[in-house]
Design a protein around this ligand. Structure first.
Ligand code: RNT
Ligand code: ZN
Length: 413
């Protein structure tokens, strides 16, 4: 018997069907962010990265244009198992020299991305208005700015993004998630915490009132605890957006770097599933703060995956990735993070949740602790390797990436 057969038998002895787990995993879509490839710079010349987020490191080979970014995405995606979606920011518009600002972007500016995503056989495209790295981020504010013209510009940007999202949804016959994140906040103690939030609320109302097709486009709002340079106050806080989303029948997007380090998104997922049909994630890895390190196969990632799987929420939780590391090979960063997410989902699919749940419900906490520890010793690695091989992949991706580095990335000087 090979390793997989042995593992299959061992999992069967605890009531787990590894074939069913593998079949389920390959159909769970993961939305992969385009912005790991170019350090969140974008293609529209908006300006240096701003908004309290930062990419650090200077590893050679950053994609500097659309062609390079496409080539890197193609290479990286070819090493990722499972069903993939592409997550684009509006700043990745392909403008071909046209003088058009973000409040007037049109579907045609993203048609080359649609062609590319189809060429790669992707499941769909998700989208994000880009309300940072632009001259109209005035005094750090966008949708909550006291300047009406600034607010109007960003409202129009979001509305244009909703139209583009409808186009994506139609092209792929699959929903498009539009995630609204703004950097708005204050460095130091505010004199008024309410009015900026009322302005944000009004801006969101105006955006949602544009009449987008709710059967195609899913709108989410992403909260945050703080950003660099805006440490004292964030307009789009967790409470603000959760209430806004609930009252307006839209979605919350939870980025696990956006809470106090002792607050866990794995605990927030089931809290929201009690109230929402859908919710979205930005899976990241914060090291002491919202540092957006590459996602690794760690405890909190496993807990997040467990909450998705054991609550039968693989079609309710829209999984997206959000990290950017410029200190290591960017393709390796991409693949390592995506594979970690896939691993965590597989790990969660191989847990006897019903049995554990019944131990909890019968207050058999001694048995529950022992059983949960036993799961950790199961031959997970053999099932992971089998999944990769069925996806036409090997465990080793670094050899291929190093080859690409020497043949392609190192020539970008
Ligand atoms: C910033 C948010 C936001 C961005 C991306 C680029 O803290 O996490 O989601 O990282 O939109
Ligand atoms: Zn995020």
């Amino acid at each position: 018997m090979n390793m997989y057969e042995l593992a299959k038998n061992e999992y069967a002895s605890i009531g787990i069907d590894t074939e069913a787990a593998i079949n389920c995993l390959k159909d769970i879509p993961v939305s992969i962010h385009c912005w790991q490839g170019d350090d969140v710079i974008g293609l529209d010349g908006g300006g240096a990265l701003s908004g309290g987020i930062q990419t650090t490191g200077n590893y050679p080979g950053r994609a500097r244009n659309f062609e390079e970014l496409k080539a890197d995405i193609k290479e990286a995606f070819s090493l990722m198992p499972g069903k993939k979606r592409l997550n684009l920011h509006a700043s990745y518009a392909v403008l071909n020299g046209e003088q058009v600002d973000r409040n007037a972007y049109r579907p045609e500016h993203f048609a080359p991305w649609v062609d590319f995503a189809k060429e790669l056989g992707l499941d769909g495209i998700d989208f994000n208005p880009t309300m940072f790295s632009h001259k109209n981020v005035k005094d750090g504010l966008t949708l909550s700015s006291p300047d009406e013209n600034i607010r109007k510009f960003w409202i129009d940007h979001c509305i244009s993004c909703l139209k583009i999202a409808e186009y994506f949804a139609e092209e792929f016959n699959s929903h498009c998630l539009v995630n609204i994140w703004i950097p708005d906040g204050f460095k130091d103690v505010p004199a008024d915490r309410l009015t900026p939030r009322l302005r944000l609320k009004d801006s969101l109302d105006k955006i949602l009132a544009c009449g987008y097709d709710r059967s195609k486009v899913v709108v989410a709002v992403e909260s945050k605890v703080f950003g660099i340079g805006v440490e004292s106050y964030t307009v789009g806080s967790n409470e603000f957006y959760q209430n806004y989303a609930a009252k307006n029948d839209i979605c919350c997007l939870l980025d696990n770097g956006h809470y106090h380090p002792l607050e866990y998104v794995s605990d927030k997922i089931p809290a929201l599933l009690a109230f929402y049909d859908k919710l979205a994630l930005h899976v990241t890895r914060g090291v002491r703060w919202d540092s957006d390190h590459v996602v690794l196969f760690e405890d909190e990632l496993k807990e997040i995956a467990k909450e998705i799987v054991r609550n039968n929420a693989t079609d309710k939780v829209m999984i997206g990735l959000d990290y950017f590391d410029a200190s290591i090979n960017r393709l390796s960063a991409w693949v390592t993070g995506q594979r970690s997410m896939e691993k965590a989902l597989l790990y969660a699919l191989l847990i006897p949740h019903e049995k554990l749940r019944s131990l909890q419900d019968s207050s058999a906490f001694t048995e529950l602790m022992v059983a949960q520890e036993e799961v950790k010793d199961m031959p997970f690695g053999a099932v992971w390797k089998e999944y990769l091989s069925r996806e036409g992949l090997k465990e080793d991706y670094l050899t291929e990436i190093k080859k690409y580095e020497s043949e392609v990335l190192n020539k970008r000087v």
